[in-house]
Write a new protein. Structure first.
Length: 441
Protein backbone atom coordinates (compact mmCIF):
# COMPACT_ATOMS: atom_id res chain seq x y z
CA UNK A 1 0.00 0.00 0.00
CA UNK A 2 1.43 3.35 -1.07
CA UNK A 3 1.81 6.03 1.58
CA UNK A 4 3.17 9.49 0.84
CA UNK A 5 3.42 12.66 2.84
CA UNK A 6 3.71 16.39 2.40
CA UNK A 7 5.79 17.74 5.25
CA UNK A 8 5.85 21.53 5.43
CA UNK A 9 7.40 23.42 8.30
CA UNK A 10 4.79 25.90 9.59
CA UNK A 11 7.20 28.82 9.61
CA UNK A 12 5.57 30.69 6.75
CA UNK A 13 2.96 30.47 4.01
CA UNK A 14 3.40 27.73 1.46
CA UNK A 15 4.45 28.79 -2.01
CA UNK A 16 4.55 27.50 -5.53
CA UNK A 17 7.63 25.35 -4.82
CA UNK A 18 5.88 23.66 -1.89
CA UNK A 19 2.84 23.10 -4.05
CA UNK A 20 4.90 21.11 -6.51
CA UNK A 21 6.06 18.80 -3.72
CA UNK A 22 2.59 18.51 -2.20
CA UNK A 23 0.95 17.81 -5.54
CA UNK A 24 3.42 15.14 -6.61
CA UNK A 25 3.02 13.28 -3.32
CA UNK A 26 -0.74 13.69 -3.48
CA UNK A 27 -0.96 12.32 -7.02
CA UNK A 28 1.24 9.33 -6.30
CA UNK A 29 -0.99 8.36 -3.37
CA UNK A 30 -4.21 8.99 -5.29
CA UNK A 31 -3.15 7.08 -8.37
CA UNK A 32 -2.49 3.98 -6.35
CA UNK A 33 -5.42 4.31 -3.96
CA UNK A 34 -2.94 4.91 -1.14
CA UNK A 35 -2.71 7.31 1.77
CA UNK A 36 -1.60 10.93 1.64
CA UNK A 37 -0.40 12.31 4.98
CA UNK A 38 -0.11 15.98 5.86
CA UNK A 39 2.78 16.08 8.27
CA UNK A 40 3.46 19.31 10.10
CA UNK A 41 7.21 19.56 10.72
CA UNK A 42 7.02 21.74 13.80
CA UNK A 43 10.02 20.63 15.85
CA UNK A 44 11.22 24.25 15.98
CA UNK A 45 8.98 25.78 18.65
CA UNK A 46 10.23 29.30 18.09
CA UNK A 47 9.61 29.56 14.39
CA UNK A 48 6.57 27.29 14.09
CA UNK A 49 3.23 29.10 14.34
CA UNK A 50 -0.33 27.81 14.57
CA UNK A 51 -1.44 30.53 12.17
CA UNK A 52 0.77 28.98 9.49
CA UNK A 53 -0.56 25.49 10.23
CA UNK A 54 -4.07 26.84 9.65
CA UNK A 55 -2.97 28.68 6.54
CA UNK A 56 -1.31 25.58 5.07
CA UNK A 57 -4.51 23.61 5.57
CA UNK A 58 -6.61 26.36 3.99
CA UNK A 59 -4.32 26.54 0.99
CA UNK A 60 -4.38 22.78 0.45
CA UNK A 61 -8.17 22.72 0.84
CA UNK A 62 -8.54 25.52 -1.66
CA UNK A 63 -6.56 23.41 -4.12
CA UNK A 64 -8.60 20.31 -3.31
CA UNK A 65 -5.51 18.42 -2.13
CA UNK A 66 -7.30 16.59 0.67
CA UNK A 67 -5.17 14.64 3.09
CA UNK A 68 -6.13 11.35 4.68
CA UNK A 69 -4.33 12.00 7.94
CA UNK A 70 -2.62 14.84 9.76
CA UNK A 71 0.43 14.31 11.92
CA UNK A 72 2.40 16.81 13.97
CA UNK A 73 5.99 16.28 14.93
CA UNK A 74 5.52 18.21 18.17
CA UNK A 75 3.13 15.42 19.30
CA UNK A 76 5.78 12.78 18.71
CA UNK A 77 8.75 13.87 20.79
CA UNK A 78 8.62 10.61 22.82
CA UNK A 79 9.22 8.67 19.64
CA UNK A 80 12.26 10.80 18.79
CA UNK A 81 13.67 10.29 22.30
CA UNK A 82 13.24 6.53 21.91
CA UNK A 83 14.98 6.56 18.54
CA UNK A 84 17.82 8.66 19.93
CA UNK A 85 18.25 6.14 22.74
CA UNK A 86 18.27 3.31 20.24
CA UNK A 87 21.00 5.01 18.20
CA UNK A 88 22.99 5.75 21.38
CA UNK A 89 22.80 2.11 22.43
CA UNK A 90 24.11 1.09 19.03
CA UNK A 91 27.06 3.46 19.29
CA UNK A 92 25.76 5.50 16.36
CA UNK A 93 25.11 8.69 18.29
CA UNK A 94 27.70 10.91 19.94
CA UNK A 95 27.75 14.15 21.86
CA UNK A 96 29.84 17.08 20.59
CA UNK A 97 30.67 20.35 22.28
CA UNK A 98 32.12 22.59 19.60
CA UNK A 99 30.62 26.04 19.46
CA UNK A 100 29.35 27.38 16.12
CA UNK A 101 32.43 29.62 15.97
CA UNK A 102 34.76 26.68 16.47
CA UNK A 103 32.97 24.69 13.80
CA UNK A 104 33.18 27.61 11.45
CA UNK A 105 36.90 27.93 12.04
CA UNK A 106 37.41 24.21 11.35
CA UNK A 107 35.50 24.54 8.09
CA UNK A 108 37.56 27.54 7.00
CA UNK A 109 40.82 25.73 7.77
CA UNK A 110 39.70 22.71 5.74
CA UNK A 111 38.66 24.87 2.82
CA UNK A 112 41.98 26.73 2.94
CA UNK A 113 43.75 23.40 2.69
CA UNK A 114 41.60 22.46 -0.26
CA UNK A 115 39.70 19.82 1.74
CA UNK A 116 35.94 19.34 1.85
CA UNK A 117 34.48 20.95 5.01
CA UNK A 118 33.42 17.71 6.66
CA UNK A 119 33.16 17.48 10.46
CA UNK A 120 36.40 15.88 11.71
CA UNK A 121 34.75 13.76 14.42
CA UNK A 122 37.04 15.21 17.08
CA UNK A 123 34.30 14.57 19.66
CA UNK A 124 34.67 10.81 19.20
CA UNK A 125 38.03 11.05 20.95
CA UNK A 126 36.57 12.65 24.10
CA UNK A 127 36.68 10.54 27.28
CA UNK A 128 33.77 10.56 29.71
CA UNK A 129 35.81 12.84 31.98
CA UNK A 130 36.45 15.24 29.05
CA UNK A 131 32.73 15.32 28.33
CA UNK A 132 31.84 15.96 31.97
CA UNK A 133 34.29 18.83 32.05
CA UNK A 134 32.96 20.29 28.81
CA UNK A 135 29.37 19.90 29.97
CA UNK A 136 30.20 21.71 33.22
CA UNK A 137 31.84 24.49 31.24
CA UNK A 138 29.52 24.80 28.22
CA UNK A 139 26.31 23.04 29.14
CA UNK A 140 24.86 20.12 27.17
CA UNK A 141 26.39 19.25 23.84
CA UNK A 142 24.71 18.56 20.53
CA UNK A 143 24.35 15.05 19.17
CA UNK A 144 25.53 13.71 15.85
CA UNK A 145 24.67 10.53 14.01
CA UNK A 146 27.78 8.52 13.18
CA UNK A 147 27.62 7.67 9.53
CA UNK A 148 29.08 4.43 8.25
CA UNK A 149 31.75 5.69 5.92
CA UNK A 150 30.76 3.74 2.86
CA UNK A 151 28.93 4.61 -0.33
CA UNK A 152 25.20 5.20 -0.03
CA UNK A 153 23.29 4.17 -3.14
CA UNK A 154 19.71 4.50 -4.24
CA UNK A 155 17.73 4.66 -7.44
CA UNK A 156 16.01 8.01 -7.45
CA UNK A 157 12.60 8.37 -9.07
CA UNK A 158 13.78 11.46 -10.94
CA UNK A 159 17.58 11.51 -10.79
CA UNK A 160 18.20 7.81 -11.51
CA UNK A 161 21.09 5.96 -9.85
CA UNK A 162 22.71 8.02 -7.10
CA UNK A 163 25.82 7.11 -5.18
CA UNK A 164 27.15 9.33 -2.39
CA UNK A 165 30.30 8.70 -0.40
CA UNK A 166 29.30 9.04 3.25
CA UNK A 167 32.88 10.08 4.06
CA UNK A 168 32.26 13.28 2.10
CA UNK A 169 29.33 14.24 4.32
CA UNK A 170 29.43 15.54 7.90
CA UNK A 171 27.83 13.39 10.56
CA UNK A 172 24.46 15.13 10.83
CA UNK A 173 23.45 16.89 14.02
CA UNK A 174 20.16 15.38 15.19
CA UNK A 175 19.71 17.05 18.57
CA UNK A 176 20.75 20.61 19.27
CA UNK A 177 22.45 21.67 22.50
CA UNK A 178 19.13 23.09 23.72
CA UNK A 179 17.56 19.63 23.31
CA UNK A 180 15.59 20.42 20.16
CA UNK A 181 15.26 17.48 17.78
CA UNK A 182 16.14 18.34 14.25
CA UNK A 183 14.02 17.50 11.29
CA UNK A 184 16.56 14.98 9.96
CA UNK A 185 15.87 12.52 12.75
CA UNK A 186 12.19 13.37 13.26
CA UNK A 187 11.50 12.81 9.58
CA UNK A 188 13.16 9.41 9.59
CA UNK A 189 11.27 8.24 12.68
CA UNK A 190 8.00 9.45 11.18
CA UNK A 191 8.59 7.92 7.78
CA UNK A 192 9.36 4.57 9.40
CA UNK A 193 6.50 4.68 11.95
CA UNK A 194 3.94 5.90 9.41
CA UNK A 195 4.92 3.36 6.79
CA UNK A 196 5.81 6.01 4.20
CA UNK A 197 6.65 4.18 0.98
CA UNK A 198 7.43 7.08 -1.37
CA UNK A 199 9.13 10.36 -0.58
CA UNK A 200 9.10 13.10 -3.18
CA UNK A 201 10.86 16.32 -2.26
CA UNK A 202 13.14 18.96 -3.71
CA UNK A 203 16.64 18.21 -4.90
CA UNK A 204 17.98 20.37 -2.06
CA UNK A 205 17.34 17.29 0.08
CA UNK A 206 19.61 14.84 -1.79
CA UNK A 207 22.35 14.88 0.86
CA UNK A 208 19.76 14.54 3.62
CA UNK A 209 18.46 11.49 1.84
CA UNK A 210 21.88 9.87 1.90
CA UNK A 211 22.23 10.29 5.64
CA UNK A 212 18.59 9.44 6.30
CA UNK A 213 18.92 6.14 4.44
CA UNK A 214 21.61 5.11 6.92
CA UNK A 215 19.45 6.25 9.84
CA UNK A 216 16.44 4.30 8.60
CA UNK A 217 18.61 1.22 8.24
CA UNK A 218 20.08 1.71 11.73
CA UNK A 219 16.56 1.95 13.18
CA UNK A 220 15.52 -1.20 11.35
CA UNK A 221 13.02 0.53 9.06
CA UNK A 222 12.25 -0.03 5.40
CA UNK A 223 13.84 2.55 3.11
CA UNK A 224 11.15 4.28 1.03
CA UNK A 225 11.51 5.08 -2.65
CA UNK A 226 12.98 8.57 -2.99
CA UNK A 227 12.44 11.02 -5.82
CA UNK A 228 13.96 14.50 -5.86
CA UNK A 229 12.31 16.95 -8.19
CA UNK A 230 14.33 19.82 -9.59
CA UNK A 231 14.03 23.25 -8.06
CA UNK A 232 12.05 26.01 -9.73
CA UNK A 233 13.74 29.02 -11.24
CA UNK A 234 12.28 32.22 -12.65
CA UNK A 235 11.50 32.50 -16.39
CA UNK A 236 15.10 33.50 -17.21
CA UNK A 237 16.59 30.73 -15.10
CA UNK A 238 17.19 33.10 -12.19
CA UNK A 239 16.97 31.78 -8.64
CA UNK A 240 13.51 31.97 -7.15
CA UNK A 241 14.62 31.55 -3.56
CA UNK A 242 14.21 35.23 -2.73
CA UNK A 243 11.03 35.64 -4.71
CA UNK A 244 9.23 32.57 -3.38
CA UNK A 245 7.85 34.77 -0.61
CA UNK A 246 5.86 36.64 -3.24
CA UNK A 247 4.68 33.42 -4.83
CA UNK A 248 2.73 32.27 -1.79
CA UNK A 249 -0.36 30.31 -2.75
CA UNK A 250 -2.58 32.79 -0.97
CA UNK A 251 -1.18 35.64 -3.04
CA UNK A 252 -1.77 33.74 -6.25
CA UNK A 253 -5.28 32.98 -5.04
CA UNK A 254 -5.86 36.67 -4.24
CA UNK A 255 -4.74 37.60 -7.74
CA UNK A 256 -7.48 35.42 -9.18
CA UNK A 257 -5.53 32.33 -10.26
CA UNK A 258 -7.76 29.24 -10.36
CA UNK A 259 -6.74 26.05 -8.52
CA UNK A 260 -7.20 24.10 -11.76
CA UNK A 261 -4.67 26.37 -13.50
CA UNK A 262 -2.09 25.92 -10.75
CA UNK A 263 -2.58 22.18 -10.54
CA UNK A 264 -2.59 21.66 -14.31
CA UNK A 265 0.64 23.62 -14.69
CA UNK A 266 2.51 22.20 -11.74
CA UNK A 267 1.60 18.58 -12.46
CA UNK A 268 3.29 18.79 -15.88
CA UNK A 269 5.82 21.64 -15.85
CA UNK A 270 9.32 20.19 -16.13
CA UNK A 271 8.05 16.88 -17.47
CA UNK A 272 8.01 15.51 -21.00
CA UNK A 273 4.24 16.04 -21.18
CA UNK A 274 2.48 19.16 -22.45
CA UNK A 275 0.74 21.56 -20.12
CA UNK A 276 -2.99 21.63 -20.79
CA UNK A 277 -5.83 22.81 -18.65
CA UNK A 278 -7.48 19.95 -16.81
CA UNK A 279 -10.51 20.64 -14.66
CA UNK A 280 -10.32 17.88 -12.08
CA UNK A 281 -7.64 16.19 -10.03
CA UNK A 282 -8.69 12.88 -11.57
CA UNK A 283 -7.79 14.18 -15.03
CA UNK A 284 -4.57 15.63 -13.64
CA UNK A 285 -3.66 12.33 -11.99
CA UNK A 286 -4.32 10.54 -15.25
CA UNK A 287 -1.02 10.45 -17.09
CA UNK A 288 1.00 11.89 -14.19
CA UNK A 289 4.27 10.00 -13.96
CA UNK A 290 7.11 11.13 -11.70
CA UNK A 291 9.68 9.40 -13.93
CA UNK A 292 8.78 11.79 -16.75
CA UNK A 293 10.19 14.77 -14.88
CA UNK A 294 13.65 15.96 -15.77
CA UNK A 295 16.44 16.78 -13.35
CA UNK A 296 17.27 20.19 -14.86
CA UNK A 297 15.98 23.26 -13.02
CA UNK A 298 12.39 23.99 -14.03
CA UNK A 299 11.53 27.44 -15.30
CA UNK A 300 8.38 28.83 -13.77
CA UNK A 301 6.59 31.94 -14.98
CA UNK A 302 3.59 33.03 -12.90
CA UNK A 303 2.20 34.75 -16.00
CA UNK A 304 1.53 31.30 -17.49
CA UNK A 305 -1.17 30.82 -14.87
CA UNK A 306 -3.44 33.48 -16.36
CA UNK A 307 -4.11 32.01 -19.82
CA UNK A 308 -4.79 28.70 -18.08
CA UNK A 309 -7.15 30.42 -15.67
CA UNK A 310 -8.94 32.03 -18.61
CA UNK A 311 -9.21 28.69 -20.37
CA UNK A 312 -10.60 27.01 -17.30
CA UNK A 313 -13.22 29.70 -16.71
CA UNK A 314 -14.29 29.60 -20.33
CA UNK A 315 -15.25 25.97 -19.89
CA UNK A 316 -17.44 26.52 -16.81
CA UNK A 317 -21.21 26.44 -16.83
CA UNK A 318 -23.17 29.13 -15.00
CA UNK A 319 -23.91 26.71 -12.14
CA UNK A 320 -20.24 26.78 -11.19
CA UNK A 321 -20.23 30.56 -10.72
CA UNK A 322 -23.88 31.36 -10.03
CA UNK A 323 -23.32 32.38 -6.40
CA UNK A 324 -20.67 34.88 -7.39
CA UNK A 325 -22.74 36.21 -10.26
CA UNK A 326 -25.72 36.66 -7.93
CA UNK A 327 -23.48 38.34 -5.33
CA UNK A 328 -22.51 40.94 -7.92
CA UNK A 329 -26.15 41.91 -8.14
CA UNK A 330 -26.85 40.44 -11.57
CA UNK A 331 -30.62 39.71 -11.67
CA UNK A 332 -31.27 35.98 -11.94
CA UNK A 333 -33.05 36.32 -15.31
CA UNK A 334 -29.89 37.89 -16.77
CA UNK A 335 -27.38 35.53 -15.11
CA UNK A 336 -27.18 33.00 -17.93
CA UNK A 337 -26.68 35.71 -20.54
CA UNK A 338 -24.20 37.60 -18.34
CA UNK A 339 -22.01 34.53 -17.87
CA UNK A 340 -22.14 33.39 -21.48
CA UNK A 341 -21.05 36.86 -22.65
CA UNK A 342 -18.39 37.56 -20.03
CA UNK A 343 -16.69 34.20 -19.64
CA UNK A 344 -14.96 34.63 -23.00
CA UNK A 345 -13.79 38.07 -21.97
CA UNK A 346 -12.28 37.64 -18.54
CA UNK A 347 -8.86 36.55 -17.35
CA UNK A 348 -9.93 35.84 -13.78
CA UNK A 349 -13.25 35.82 -11.94
CA UNK A 350 -12.30 39.16 -10.44
CA UNK A 351 -12.88 40.75 -13.84
CA UNK A 352 -16.60 40.01 -13.51
CA UNK A 353 -16.88 42.89 -11.04
CA UNK A 354 -15.81 45.43 -13.64
CA UNK A 355 -18.11 43.90 -16.24
CA UNK A 356 -21.20 44.17 -14.08
CA UNK A 357 -20.19 47.64 -12.93
CA UNK A 358 -19.91 48.68 -16.55
CA UNK A 359 -23.23 47.14 -17.52
CA UNK A 360 -25.23 48.29 -14.51
CA UNK A 361 -23.80 51.78 -14.08
CA UNK A 362 -23.02 52.48 -17.71
CA UNK A 363 -19.64 52.54 -19.44
CA UNK A 364 -17.70 55.76 -19.78
CA UNK A 365 -18.19 56.35 -23.47
CA UNK A 366 -15.28 56.78 -25.84
CA UNK A 367 -16.28 59.08 -28.69
CA UNK A 368 -13.79 60.29 -31.27
CA UNK A 369 -14.03 63.93 -32.30
CA UNK A 370 -15.17 63.09 -35.82
CA UNK A 371 -17.92 60.78 -34.54
CA UNK A 372 -19.57 63.24 -32.15
CA UNK A 373 -22.51 64.19 -34.32
CA UNK A 374 -22.94 60.68 -35.59
CA UNK A 375 -23.09 59.23 -32.05
CA UNK A 376 -25.50 61.95 -30.90
CA UNK A 377 -27.77 61.13 -33.83
CA UNK A 378 -27.55 57.42 -33.08
CA UNK A 379 -28.32 57.90 -29.39
CA UNK A 380 -31.49 59.72 -30.27
CA UNK A 381 -32.59 56.61 -32.15
CA UNK A 382 -31.77 54.17 -29.33
CA UNK A 383 -34.93 52.94 -27.62
CA UNK A 384 -35.14 52.99 -23.82
CA UNK A 385 -33.75 50.09 -21.79
CA UNK A 386 -34.41 47.24 -21.21
CA UNK A 387 -32.87 46.12 -24.45
CA UNK A 388 -33.25 42.68 -25.95
CA UNK A 389 -31.52 40.33 -28.37
CA UNK A 390 -32.91 42.23 -31.39
CA UNK A 391 -32.07 45.74 -30.17
CA UNK A 392 -28.61 45.91 -31.73
CA UNK A 393 -29.81 44.74 -35.13
CA UNK A 394 -32.85 47.00 -35.32
CA UNK A 395 -31.05 50.02 -33.87
CA UNK A 396 -28.01 49.83 -36.17
CA UNK A 397 -30.32 49.35 -39.16
CA UNK A 398 -32.18 52.51 -38.17
CA UNK A 399 -28.89 54.41 -37.62
CA UNK A 400 -27.59 53.21 -40.98
CA UNK A 401 -30.75 54.40 -42.73
CA UNK A 402 -30.60 57.77 -40.99
CA UNK A 403 -26.87 58.47 -41.43
CA UNK A 404 -25.81 56.46 -44.44
CA UNK A 405 -22.88 54.98 -42.48
CA UNK A 406 -22.12 51.29 -42.75
CA UNK A 407 -19.63 48.59 -41.81
CA UNK A 408 -16.90 49.46 -39.33
CA UNK A 409 -17.65 53.19 -39.55
CA UNK A 410 -21.13 52.42 -38.29
CA UNK A 411 -20.45 49.74 -35.69
CA UNK A 412 -17.19 50.78 -34.08
CA UNK A 413 -18.21 54.23 -32.81
CA UNK A 414 -21.39 52.72 -31.38
CA UNK A 415 -19.48 49.94 -29.63
CA UNK A 416 -17.03 52.46 -28.17
CA UNK A 417 -19.87 54.74 -27.09
CA UNK A 418 -21.71 51.94 -25.30
CA UNK A 419 -18.81 49.95 -23.83
CA UNK A 420 -15.88 52.36 -23.76
CA UNK A 421 -13.81 49.72 -25.57
CA UNK A 422 -12.89 48.91 -29.15
CA UNK A 423 -13.07 45.18 -28.54
CA UNK A 424 -15.33 42.89 -26.63
CA UNK A 425 -18.31 40.59 -26.84
CA UNK A 426 -20.77 40.35 -29.67
CA UNK A 427 -22.91 43.50 -29.32
CA UNK A 428 -26.20 41.70 -30.00
CA UNK A 429 -25.48 39.47 -27.02
CA UNK A 430 -24.31 42.35 -24.86
CA UNK A 431 -27.24 44.72 -25.44
CA UNK A 432 -29.78 42.86 -23.27
CA UNK A 433 -27.35 43.24 -20.34
CA UNK A 434 -26.82 46.97 -20.66
CA UNK A 435 -28.83 48.72 -17.97
CA UNK A 436 -27.62 52.28 -18.38
CA UNK A 437 -26.22 54.17 -21.37
CA UNK A 438 -24.05 57.10 -20.31
CA UNK A 439 -23.43 58.14 -23.92
CA UNK A 440 -27.02 59.24 -24.10
CA UNK A 441 -25.81 62.25 -22.15
N1 LIG B 1 9.99 20.01 6.48
C1 LIG B 1 10.88 19.63 5.43
C2 LIG B 1 10.96 20.75 4.43
O1 LIG B 1 10.02 21.52 4.33
C3 LIG B 1 10.38 18.36 4.77
C4 LIG B 1 11.32 17.74 3.84
C5 LIG B 1 10.88 16.33 3.51
O2 LIG B 1 9.99 16.19 2.69
O3 LIG B 1 11.40 15.40 4.10
O4 LIG B 1 11.96 20.93 3.77
Amino acid sequence: MTTTRFAPSPTGYIHIGNLRTALMNYLIARKSGGTFILRIDDTDPERSKQEYVDAIKQDLEWLGLHWDKVERQSDRLDRYHAAADQLRDMGRFYECFETPTELDLKRKKQLNMGKPPVYDRAALALSDADKDALRAERGNGHWRFKLDQERINWTDGVLGDISIDAASVSDPVLIRADGQFLYTLASVVDDVDMGVTNVVRGSDHVTNTATQIQMIQALGGTVPTFAHHSLLTGPQGESLSKRLGTLALRDLRASGVEPAALLSLMARLGSSQPVEIRSTLEEIADGFEISQFGSAPTKFDADDLYPLTHKYLQGLELAAVSDEVAALGVPSELAEQFWSVTRENITTRKDLVAWWDMLSNGADPVIDQEDRDFVAQAMALLPDAPFNAETWQSWTTAVKDATGRKGKGLFMPLRKALTGQAHGPDMSALMPLIQVVKARG
